[in-house]
Design a protein around this ligand. Structure first.
Ligand SMILES: CC(=O)SCCNC(=O)CCNC(=O)[C@H](O)C(C)(C)COP(=O)(O)OP(=O)(O)OC[C@H]1O[C@@H](n2cnc3c(N)ncnc32)[C@H](O)[C@@H]1OP(=O)(O)O
Ligand SMILES: O=C([O-])CC(=O)C(=O)O
Length: 371
C-alpha cells in the first residue's frame, strides 16, 4: 500500500456540481466566463443546486425565498455580542456561529431531501447576516437588518456599511461571489463531504468546511495577500520584498494551485476588477504592487496568481476590513459546499481511505513499573 502525499491527482468521488477540465471551470456545465459576465449570485446558487438555469419566474421565486430566511435567530446575535470581540478572528466566529445556528434549527437532524434543501437555503441566506452583524458589533454598532428588496450582493454591502452601495460596488461584489461559488473537490468541500458522508447533519458539514477554508493554504490566503501588499507598501519595494521572501523560502500568498498549472481562469476577472476599483478609489498602488508581484513571481518561479491574489485588492477597494475577506469567501462557497453536501446525501457511501503505515515495527509492551 503506497500513499500519495496530499492525495494529489486522486479522484475521490464523482460529482456534477463543478468541473475543471483543461483549465476551464464550469458550474453544472456552465462556463464561469459566461456566468461571471452575466449571472447574479442567486442565479449561480440556483444552478449549483438544481443543475440548470432558472427561468425568470423561477429566479424571482428563488431569490425571494432565499431573502425570506435572511434574518438570524436573536440567540446567534446575542452570542456574537458575548465574544471577546477584539481577540477573535471572524473565521473562528463564523465557524462557531454556524454551529450555533444548527442548535436553533429544530430540523437540524432531519435527514429527508426537502429538510436538507431548506437547511442549505437558510444557511446561504443567513451567513451574510452573521458576518456583517459581527463586523458591526465589534465596531460598537447595532447589526443592520437584511433589506429583502435588494440583491444578495447589494444586501451584503448594505448590512455591512448601513448604507445603500453604489452600482459599481454591487457589480464587482456580485462577480466576486460568482467566481468563488464552487471549485470541484477543493480542501473545504472535500471536508464537508467527508463529514456528511457519515450521515452527520448539514450544519456539521458546514462547520467542518469553514474550519478547512480558514487555513492560509486555502481560503485564508486572501487575507494573507493583503497583509503582504500592505507590508510591501510601495511598488518600488516589490523587488526586494519578493527576493527576500524567496531567499527565506517563504511562500508568496495567492500564487500556485494544486490543479491549475497554466493559470487560474478566475484571476483575470479579479485583476480587471482590481484595476477598475483601485482607479475609482484613487489607491491605484494596490493594483500596481499586485501587478509587479505577479510579474516577478512568474519570472522567478513560473507561478501564476490564483483566485485569492487579486480578490484582496478588490475587497480592500470595496472598503471591506481585511479579516472579513475569508468569511466573504465562505459566504460564496456556502453555495458550493451545500450543493456537494446534497449531492453526497443523494448517493452516499462512507468516505474512509487508508493510511500507509510508516511507524515502528512490532514493539513489546512493558509494565509501567518495569520501564
Ligand atoms: C482558494 C484556494 O485555496 S487557492 C490556493 C490559496 N493558497 C495560497 O495562495 C497559498 C500559497 N500557495 C501554496 O501554498 C500552494 O501553491 C498550494 C497550497 C496552493 C498548492 O499546493 P501544492 O499543490 O501542494 O504545491 P506545493 O506546495 O507542493 O508546491 C510545489 C512547489 O512549488 C512551490 N510553490 C508553490 N506555491 C508557491 C508559492 N505560493 N510561493 C512560492 N513557492 C510556491 C513549492 O514551494 C514547491 O516547491 P519545491 O518543489 O521546490 O518544494
Ligand atoms: O481548488 C482548490 O484546491 C482551491 C481553490 O482554488 C478553491 O477552492 O477555489
Amino acid at each position: 500500500m503506497t500513499s500519495t502525499k496530499g492525495l494529489e491527482g486522486i479522484v475521490a468521488t464523482t460529482s456534477s456540481v463543478s468541473s475543471i477540465i483543461d483549465d476551464v471551470l464550469t458550474y453544472q456545465g456552465y462556463d464561469i466566463n459566461d456566468l461571471t459576465k452575466h449571472a447574479s449570485f442567486e442565479e449561480v446558487v440556483y444552478i449549483l443546486w438544481n443543475g440548470k438555469l432558472p427561468n425568470k419566474s423561477q429566479l424571482t421565486d428563488f431569490s425571494n425565498e432565499l431573502m425570506s430566511y435572511a434574518e438570524v435567530p436573536q440567540q446567534v446575535i446575542d452570542q456574537l455580542k458575548s465574544l471577546p470581540l477584539d481577540k477573535v478572528h471572524p473565521m473562528g466566529v463564523l465557524r462557531t456561529a454556524i454551529s450555533t445556528l444548527g442548535l436553533f434549527d429544530e430540523d437540524a437532524d432531519k435527514m429527508d431531501e426537502e429538510a436538507n434543501r431548506l437547511k442549505a437555503l437558510k444557511i446561504q441566506a443567513q451567513i451574510p447576516t452573521i458576518v456583517t452583524a459581527f463586523s458591526r458589533i465589534r465596531q460598537g454598532q447595532e447589526p443592520v437588518k437584511p433589506n429583502k428588496e435588494l440583491s444578495f450582493a447589494a444586501n451584503f454591502l448594505y448590512m455591512l456599511k448601513g448604507e445603500l452601495p453604489e452600482d459599481l460596488e454591487v457589480t464587482a461584489f456580485n462577480k466576486a461571489l460568482v467566481l468563488h461559488a464552487d471549485h470541484e473537490l477543493n480542501a473545504s468541500t472535500f471536508t464537508a463531504r467527508v463529514c456528511v458522508a457519515t450521515l452527520s447533519d448539514v450544519y456539521s458539514g458546514m462547520t467542518a468546511a469553514i474550519g478547512a477554508l480558514k487555513g492560509p493554504l486555502h481560503g485564508g490566503a486572501n487575507e494573507a495577500v493583503m497583509k503582504m501588499l500592505s507590508e510591501i507598501g510601495d511598488v518600488d519595494h516589490v523587488e526586494s520584498y519578493i527576493k527576500n521572501a524567496f531567499e527565506k523560502k517563504e511562500k508568496i500568498m495567492g500564487f500556485g494551485h494544486r490543479v491549475y498549472k497554466n493559470g487560474d481562469p478566475r484571476a483575470k476577472f479579479l485583476r480587471d476588477m482590481s484595476k477598475q476599483l483601485t482607479s475609482t478609489t484613487g489607491e491605484t498602488k494596490w493594483y500596481e504592487i499586485s501587478l509587479r508581484v505577479e510579474e516577478l513571481v512568474k519570472q522567478e518561479k513560473g507561478l501564476l496568481p490564483n483566485v485569492d491574489f487579486y480578490s484582496a485588492s478588490v475587497y480592500h477597494s470595496l472598503g471591506i476590513e481585511h479579516d472579513l475577506f475569508t468569511p466573504i469567501f465562505a459566504i460564496s462557497r456556502t453555495s458550493g459546499w451545500t450543493a456537494h453536501i446534497l449531492e453526497q446525501y443523494a448517493n452516499n457511501r462512507l468516505i474512509r481511505p487508508r493510511a500507509e503505515y510508516v511507524g515502528p515495527g512490532k514493539q513489546e509492551y512493558v509494565a509501567v513499573e518495569q520501564r
